[in-house]
Design a protein around this ligand. Structure first.
Ligand SMILES: [Zn+2]
Length: 194
């Protein structure tokens, strides 16, 4: 198979390698192909993506904020909060939170699980999945920023006392796991696995 060096661009004829071998560039010594590393990155991506998926229900359903307002105690999860926002008529805010804290992260996690582990789709469709994941990934830090904004608003209002519920830990872990998974993913693997 012909492969170009990702560092200097020199093209090499690379034979199929066994598990312990690796191919190096003859010009700049960069590693061009190493089956061991490829398998390892695939396994890491899958592990982190599955961990993110396992944490997701806890992040969405458990209470994330416990609010004390005028002696009134109130707990709310992300999903419950969105439903409440819809009920009170804040449709725009509810939709934004729904998209950034549930729909986009879930799509990203599902895409990673499919790419690294399930491999149900054809190669070409998996390339689309990869592009979709890249696009969604750009927005994935938004949820953390939204949370920060929410906290700031509550602090500014000053009349409510609040502390964070267990869902916050699950949420932060879930976002971190999906980020780690995306970093470990090697897109070449889409074309190299049969
Ligand atoms: Zn090179």
């Amino acid at each position: 198979m012909l492969k170009s060096c990702h560092c200097c661009g020199l093209i090499h004829q690379v034979p199929s390698l066994s598990h312990d071998e690796r191919a190096q560039c003859t010009r700049c010594d960069s590693v061009i192909d190493q089956p061991k590393n490829r398998n390892r990155s695939q396994a890491r991506t899958a592990a982190a993506a599955v961990a993110a998926m396992a944490l997701f229900p806890a992040a969405v359903l458990l209470p994330i904020l416990e609010v004390e307002q005028l002696g009134h105690h109130h707990q709310s999860g992300i999903l419950g909060g969105i439903v409440e926002l819809y009920k009170t008529g804040s449709i725009l805010v509810a939709t934004v939170i729904l998209l950034f804290s549930i729909v986009f992260p879930l799509l990203k996690i599902l895409a990673l699980v499919e790419l690294s582990w399930l491999c149900l789709m054809r190669q070409r469709h998996r390339t689309w999945t990869y592009r979709l994941m890249e696009q969604i990934g750009k927005w994935s830090m938004m949820d953390v920023m939204l949370l920060a904004l929410l906290v700031m608003l509550i602090k500014l209002s000053g009349i409510v006392q609040f502390h964070f519920g267990p869902a916050l830990i699950a949420f932060v872990l879930c976002v971190s796991m999906s980020m780690i998974s995306a970093i470990c993913f090697d897109p070449h693997a889409i074309w190299e696995t049969p």
